[in-house]
Design a protein around this ligand. Structure first.
Ligand SMILES: Cc1ncc(COP(=O)(O)OP(=O)(O)O)c(N)n1
Ligand code: TZP
Ligand code: MG
Length: 231
């Protein structure tokens, strides 16, 4: 099947971009935790429990509907828990808040700001991620703009976000075959449906509900993902 958005010439026209991502052995898939949509006083303990249950590469603080001041007030203990465990602490949506908090990075949607501006403000060490929905074109643009990862999704139905795009897992194999830049899969991912995304080449699975709403608890959910990542 051809992807109407994908023009092979785009790749050939920009050898500089493709050249930066030489093919190499990819590390195993890792877990990228997204915060629940709202957090309460007990959440810090739950976060520590989740991070202690198995390897987690990153935690994204995603609190839609709160302003930066309100998010900053909640962030400090969570950021400390991540730092103590060497888990990257990523702020959703706001370059300014990521800078203010000294976060490890920022995740930007298509309407959330320019990755080049994020790089200018946050510096060379910052992890900058960009939402690319189901679009190869957006992903290549994000790579050209200096993103550290591209995110595709939502792969499965989710109640965490109203998601309009539904990529096929093949976008992950396409991306990971051509580019070294890591790709993140997101959207309705659970330990039961994750396998095709891992096999297709996702470098990270970004997960919210399957961990924080797991009937067996967050630790058991993190352990189940960890089992899937073992080669
Ligand atoms: C890892 C990751 N991928 C995608 C998103 C979605 O970002 P965005 O499209 O800006 O939507 P909101 O999360 O801001 O509602 C994400 N946050 N993280
Ligand atoms: C933020 C986001 N972007 C696309 S789907 C999604 C929600 C991810 O949460 P869940 O893992 O609960 O589907
Ligand atoms: Mg956003």
């Amino acid at each position: 099947m051809t992807d109407p958005e994908f023009d092979e010439d785009e790749l050939r026209l920009d050898p500089g971009f493709a050249d930066r991502f030489e093919q190499d052995e990819r590390p195993p898939c890792q877990l990228y935790l997204i915060s629940p949509p709202a957090i309460d006083a007990g959440f810090a303990d739950r976060l520590a429990t989740a991070l202690d249950a198995g390897p987690v590469a990153a935690f994204q603080l995603r609190l839609k509907g709160l302003d930066d001041h309100a998010i900053a007030a909640l962030a400090a203990p969570l950021q400390r828990i991540c730092a103590d465990r060497e888990v990257a602490f990523i702020i959703n949506d706001s370059i300014g808040l990521a800078k203010r908090l000294g976060a490890d990075g920022v995740h930007l949607g298509q309407e959330d700001g320019d990755p080049r501006e994020a790089r200018r403000v946050l510096g060379p060490q910052a992890q900058i991620g960009v939402t690319c929905h189901d679009s190869r074109h957006l992903a290549m643009e994000a790579g050209e703009a200096g993103a550290d990862y591209v995110a595709f999704g939502a792969f499965y139905p989710t109640t965490t976000k109203e998601a309009r795009h539904r990529p096929d897992p093949s976008i992950l194999s396409w991306w990971s075959t051509l580019f070294e830049l890591p790709c993140v899969a997101i959207g309705g991912i659970t330990p039961d449906n994750a396998r095709p995304l891992i096999d297709a080449g996702a470098d990270f699975l970004a997960v919210c509900g399957a961990v924080w709403n797991a009937p067996e608890g967050e630790a058991a959910a993190v352990r189940r993902f960890a089992e899937l990542f073992r080669i």
